[in-house]
Ligand binder design. Structure first.
Ligand code: SF4
Ligand code: SF4
Length: 471
């Protein structure tokens, strides 16, 4: 099965129960944002920009758990911001599990290995020793870290930790192979860390999914190569969605990067072109999401937005109408369901009811539309897709691994190239801006901050000799 039976059964029971009770609108997945702070500044991220004035705020643990209980979605996607920065993330995962929920911890991967070392320290015993040895041999844990796991003190041993479970997934953000991913997250070394974290998680028996956003510049054949690589690492599934042109991200793009957002975000037609192979990918790889949504992405059918099925709760309350757009925040899910005029949103028969919905085909608006369709044919293809055997993992190979690491690990990080370009008085700078179609990013190396990137961009602009366009 693509999705484990127990989890599928839980979701099916939820849908059937609501259908029998005649509930018109109900939650399928809660997008829980306990905070908006993040250690990265990804180019297309709306969150850190829309909520830039409340980045220090967090939702208290009790409120997070109460929100999950109120909307009663069987799945909770803990996102943000970077949820691993949330001070009570372990207690939050444990609390959601105690409520019987399926949990996705959406992370950029940078702190995952630390959290898994915490788990090993808290549970260390003879059963974990072989795995620890394997991790050290694979270079995923250092000798020093291994020793502190073996000799964990009472505080470390009594810590609540995130343990491997069939009920939760690490959901790691990966937007391309190394060069592209590090460009999009605007920091070198992040892809490499994600890969290390995924490998460690699989050795320890965690479930791992990946989460990819597709932008205008995304190359579909690179995505296919990325899925091959992620499959070879033993990932349990992948979610993929077109990007959405958040107002806040668009403004930031103009102001900070001096760039036209139209160059970055997708129209509906372009989304369909990018996703023309999605159904074939669904055969080759364990793509999560319904085949009905895949048909929609590939341009074979229309769907009506069901944003109420994937509500978002954050520091300001229940965000309406959807994860992407904000027309208000409500104190309860029920109040949001009742007060929002849902007929004002979405695209019907090719006509946008709200201009901001015009290009939207994102999973949080339309994937539940696929799952909730009551057409017999849709129910059948959804059922068949999930119950057929999961595609076999792609065989791992040194060639695949080396093709995936096409950026900083082979000395071709974007910052290194941009710095080299600046120091050579822009000679040769063109290449870095034209590679892979990404032509105006310059980022930070791991450990530095946005000031360094902005200074670099400033120098490049001052020089005024760079060509910010493709051939
Ligand atoms: S890691 Fe996620 S929350 Fe952080 S900046 Fe990137 S997209 Fe935004
Ligand atoms: S179509 Fe997209 S932007 Fe519009 S309400 Fe639905 S999910 Fe939100």
């Amino acid at each position: 099965m693509r999705f484990p039976f127990a989890l599928t059964a839980k979701i099916a029971k939820h849908i059937v129960g609501h259908r029998l009770r005649g509930t018109p609108k109900f939650a399928m997945v809660l997008q829980l944002e306990p905070l908006h702070t993040c250690n990265l500044t990804c180019t297309g991220c709306g969150r850190i920009r829309e909520y830039s004035t409340s980045l220090k705020d967090i939702v208290p643990l009790e409120q997070c758990l109460a929100a999950a209980a109120e909307c009663d979605a069987p799945m909770v996607s803990v996102c943000g911001g970077e949820p691993l920065i949330y001070p009570k993330i372990e207690e939050l995962v444990a609390g959601l599990r105690a409520q019987g929920r399926i949990i996705y911890i959406c992370t950029n991967g940078v702190f995952m290995r630390k959290k898994m070392r915490d788990y090993m320290a808290a549970h260390f015993g003879p059963a974990l020793e072989p795995k620890l040895v394997q991790l050290v041999e694979a270079g995923l844990v250092t000798e020093k870290e291994a020793e502190s796991i073996r000799n964990a003190d009472a505080a470390a041993r009594s810590k609540v930790t995130i343990q491997p479970s069939k009920w939760h997934y690490w959901n790691v953000h990966v937007d391309g192979l190394e060069y592209t991913h590090d460009l999009i997250v605007e920091r070198e070394g992040v892809f490499k860390e994600c890969v290390a974290a995924i490998k460690m998680a699989k050795i320890l028996g965690y479930q791992v999914a990946t989460n990819t956003t597709v932008y205008r510049e995304t190359n579909p054949s690179e995505l296919e190569e990325m899925f091959r690589f992620l499959s070879s690492l033993g990932c349990d599934g992948h979610t993929i969605s077109p990007g959405y042109d958040y107002d806040a991200a668009k403004k930031d793009m103009v102001k900070r990067l001096g760039r036209d957002p139209k160059e970055f975000f997708l129209t509906r037609d372009l989304t369909r072109q990018k996703f023309k192979d999605i159904e074939r990918w669904g055969e080759l790889f364990t793509i999560f999401g319904t085949p009905v949504y895949q048909e929609f992405l590939a341009g074979k059918r229309e769907l009506t937005c069901t944003a109420w099925a994937i509500p978002t709760f954050n520091v300001r309350g229940w965000k309406a109408p959807c994860y992407l757009m904000t027309d208000g925040h409500y104190p309860s899910y029920q109040e949001m369901l009742e007060k929002v005029d849902w007929e004002k949103y979405g695209v019907v028969d090719g006509v946008a009811r709200d201009l901001r919905c015009e290009n939207c085909m994102v999973h949080c608006g339309y994937d539940p539309s696929g799952a909730l369709s009551n057409k017999p044919r849709d129910t059948w293809i959804n059922f068949k897709y999930n119950f057929l055997p999961r595609p076999a993992p792609f065989p791992a190979s040194p060639e695949l691994e080396s093709r995936a690491h096409n950026g900083v690990t082979i000395g071709k990080g974007h910052l290194a190239e941009a710095k080299a370009a600046v120091s050579k008085e822009m000679a040769g700078a063109k290449s870095v801006y034209q590679r892979n179609g990404h032509h105006d990013h310059a980022g930070t190396d791991a450990g530095s901050d946005t000031t360094q990137r902005d200074e670099l961009l400033g120098k490049i602009r001052e020089a005024g000799k760079i060509e910010l366009k493709n051939d």
